[in-house]
Write a protein that binds this ligand. Structure first.
Ligand SMILES: C[S@@+](CC[C@H](N)C(=O)[O-])C[C@H]1O[C@@H](n2cnc3c(N)ncnc32)[C@H](O)[C@@H]1O
Length: 261
C-alpha cells in the first residue's frame, strides 16, 4: 500500500499555499501560545503558521509516515511533529489555535470532529480551517467514473472509495451554523474560488495525483495504478479538451471562529 508522496504533493506548492495565506489573514494577532496544525503534510506550512502567528509551541499532526518523515526537517524550538488521526484528535481546552489546511475533508462527520477540535481550545481560542469544495468539477467526477470501470473496480473490491470531498464536506452555511452552535463568539466563513492556471490539461492529473487520487493508489498495485492514470488522463482530455494552458478554478471553504474569553 502506498503512502502519501511529499514530492508529488509539492509539485504545485505555490498554488496550494495560497489558501493558507488567506486563512492566516483571518487569525487575529495576539498571544498565541499553544497551537496545532492538523494534517500538517510535509511541514513547510506548519513553519509558516508558527512564523505568522508567533505561536510559541506548535505541533504538526499527520497520520502519513512519509509526510512526517519529510516534516522532520522542519523541527526547531517550538515546532514539532507527531503521528495522530485528526478525525479523533482532541485536547483539554489548552490550545490558543487549532489550524487545519486542506485536511479536514479526509474525515467524516464534521460536526463531531469540529466539536472535538473546539473542546481543545482555551477561552478566546481560535479555529482556522480550509477545505476544498470542488467535488462537482469534471476532473473529480471523472476520476470516480474511471475508478468504477473494470479492471479497477474489481481490484478495489467492487467498491472504489468515494471522493472524500463529496462524501464529507458541508456547505459554507452549514459550517457557519456549526460554529454558532459550538459557541464561537465571532466567525468568518466564506467560499473562495482560486483561479489556478496550469501549464496544460494534463497537469490536472499531476495535481490530483498529489491528493485526490491517492485513495486509488493505496488500493491498486503499481502497474494497475499506472494503467488507471493513463485511462483517466485520456478520458479527461476527451471530456474537457487538451488546453495549454488550462484554467483550473478551485473552490474552497475557509472558516474561522473565536471563542469567548
Ligand atoms: C492535502 S494534504 C495538506 C497538507 C498541509 N496541511 C498543507 O496545507 O499543505 C492533507 C494531509 O492530511 C493528512 N491526513 C489525511 N487524513 C488524515 C487523518 N485522518 N489524520 C491525520 N492526517 C491526515 C495527509 O497525510 C496529508 O498530509
Amino acid at each position: 500500500m502506498s503512502d502519501w508522496s511529499p514530492a508529488q504533493y509539492r509539485k504545485f506548492a505555490e498554488e496550494r499555499a495560497q489558501p493558507i495565506h488567506d486563512l492566516l489573514a483571518l487569525v487575529e494577532p495576539g498571544r498565541i501560545g499553544r497551537a496545532v496544525d492538523l494534517g500538517c503534510g510535509p511541514g513547510e506550512l506548519t513553519v509558516v503558521v508558527a512564523d505568522r502567528t508567533g505561536a510559541s509551541d506548535i505541533v504538526g499532526v499527520d497520520n502519513s509516515p512519509a509526510m512526517l518523515a519529510s516534516a522532520a526537517e522542519h523541527i526547531r524550538a517550538g515546532v514539532s511533529f507527531a503521528s495522530g488521526d485528526l478525525g479523533v484528535w482532541t485536547s483539554k481546552g489548552d490550545h490558543d489555535l487549532v489550524f487545519a489546511n486542506a485536511s479536514l475533508h479526509w474525515t467524516a462527520d464534521h460536526p463531531a470532529v469540529l466539536a472535538r477540535w473546539t473542546a481543545a481550545l482555551a477561552p478566546g481560542g481560535q479555529l482556522a480551517v480550509q477545505v476544498p469544495a470542488n467535488a462537482y468539477m469534471p476532473a473529480h467526477l471523472l476520476a470516480d467514473e474511471v475508478a468504477r470501470r473494470e479492471p479497477y473496480c474489481s481490484a478495489m473490491g467492487g467498491d472504489p472509495p468515494p471522493d472524500p470531498v463529496a462524501a464529507n464536506v458541508l456547505a459554507p452555511e452549514e459550517y457557519a451554523q456549526l460554529l454558532y452552535d459550538l459557541g464561537f463568539e465571532r466567525q468568518h466563513v466564506r467560499l473562495q474560488v482560486y483561479p489556478h492556471v496550469l501549464p496544460s490539461t494534463r497537469h490536472v492529473v499531476e495535481w490530483l495525483r498529489g491528493t485526490a487520487l491517492t485513495r486509488f493508489e493505496k488500493l491498486l498495485d503499481p502497474s494497475l495504478y499506472t494503467q488507471f492514470l493513463a485511462e483517466y488522463e485520456g478520458a479527461l482530455l476527451q471530456r474537457v479538451g487538451d488546453h495549454t494552458p488550462y484554467f483550473f478554478p478551485f473552490r474552497r471553504v475557509l472558516l474561522w471562529g473565536t471563542l469567548p474569553r
